[in-house]
Design a protein around this ligand. Structure first.
Ligand SMILES: NC(=O)c1ccc[n+]([C@@H]2O[C@H](COP(=O)([O-])OP(=O)(O)OC[C@H]3O[C@@H](n4cnc5c(N)ncnc54)[C@H](OP(=O)(O)O)[C@@H]3O)[C@@H](O)[C@H]2O)c1
Length: 285
């Protein structure tokens, strides 16, 4: 089967590699074409337009930054989507996902949402956590392909539910890293050894593995080679805030974190890893 991968950024690239290694014929498109070009060495076809990639594929995997990018890639050149299956794997809001679902169905295509938890390492190793919003029939039909990316795709209901679940989890990423960054900055300024802080934290119920993953970067102030960019973290916080507000949830804590992310981006860390928020929470000078 020909599978198009639109978006070969931090996540899309290793996901396209996994499809190729599983024996699929991959047609890759990336707006900045040179980022997709090395996939040719693994047997992929690389196109200069999304249109070409879609035309020659039965299934189209989207791993694009946001809804705007999806809108551009899928709909700007009026490519017919009849009989195509679109699997949307980036992080967008439930509302945006349902909107794309409607548009694609109208054209006679199929749509599944399958946002993922995990980052570049998990994408490379095929151990992403996959949440699927679709009909049960679609889930059963596409589960095999999705196993290229993660061992146990989980069906969570109709379109919108998986997108909501993913945003709920990403809100926690933003909240947990800012809580950790604040305590790390605090102990450092109080003269408490970081090893003592981490030693106690690791033994406690407060511990999350993400703290140890991010700690070296935060201590070295080295946020290049990101797993997940500050820009995309802000995008997800914005999406969550909009949805949460409409559901009458109290959001001031997350609004504060949004402000921290905006400041961090203002300091030039937009494309760096989101744990660069440490530079705003505990500025060096
Ligand atoms: N990184 C993670 O750990 C992670 C984990 C789970 C989910 N996600 C989600 O997965 C999606 C992709 O994440 P990523 O980390 O791979 O992001 P990324 O490296 O920034 O890649 C984003 C992709 O979208 C493309 N793009 C952006 N704006 C576009 C536009 N207007 N038109 C066409 N293409 C456009 C980029 O093209 P260019 O290369 O030309 O900019 C690139 O291919 C995001 O929704 C993110 O929130 C990320």
């Amino acid at each position: 089967m020909n599978v198009a991968v639109l978006g070969t950024g931090l996540m899309g690239y290793p996901m396209a590699e996994r499809l190729l290694r599983a024996g699929h014929r991959v047609i890759a498109f990336n707006r900045t074409v040179k980022k997709a070009t090395p996939l040719k060495d693994l047997g992929a076809a690389v196109t200069k337009s999304p249109k070409e990639a879609i035309e020659h594929s039965q299934c189209i995997i989207l791993m694009l930054a946001n809804a705007e990018a999806i809108q551009t890639a899928l709909f700007s050149s009026k490519i017919p989507l009849k009989n195509k299956t679109i699997i949307q794997m980036g992080t967008i809001s439930p509302e945006e996902s349902r909107k794309f679902h409607k548009k694609i169905i109208k054209q006679g295509g199929q749509y599944l949402e399958c946002p993922v938890l995990g980052s570049r390492k998990e994408a490379r190793e095929g151990t992403l956590i996959l949440m699927v919003g679709s009909t049960l029939k679609q889930f059963k039909q596409w589960r095999g392909l999705l196993r290229c990316f993660g061992p146990a795709p989980k069906w969570v209901g109709t379109v919108g539910k998986a997108a909501a679940l993913k945003l709920a989890l990403n809100q926690m990423i933003a909240s947990m890293i800012s809580a950790f960054a604040l305590s790390l900055g605090f102990v450092k300024r109080q003269g408490v050894k970081v090893d003592d802080f981490m030693g106690i934290l690791r033994k406690s119920v407060l511990y999350a593995p993400t703290f140890d993953k991010k700690l070296p970067q935060m201590l070295k102030a080295d946020y290049m080679n990101p797993n997940f960019s500050t820009r995309n973290m802000l995008k997800d916080v914005n999406l969550f805030l909009k949805e949460a507000k409409s559901k009458r949830l109290a959001i001031p804590a997350l609004q504060g974190i949004r402000g921290i992310l905006i400041k961090t981006i203002g300091k030039g860390f937009s494309d760096d890893d989101y744990c660069s928020i440490f530079e705003t929470i505990s500025p060096r000078k």
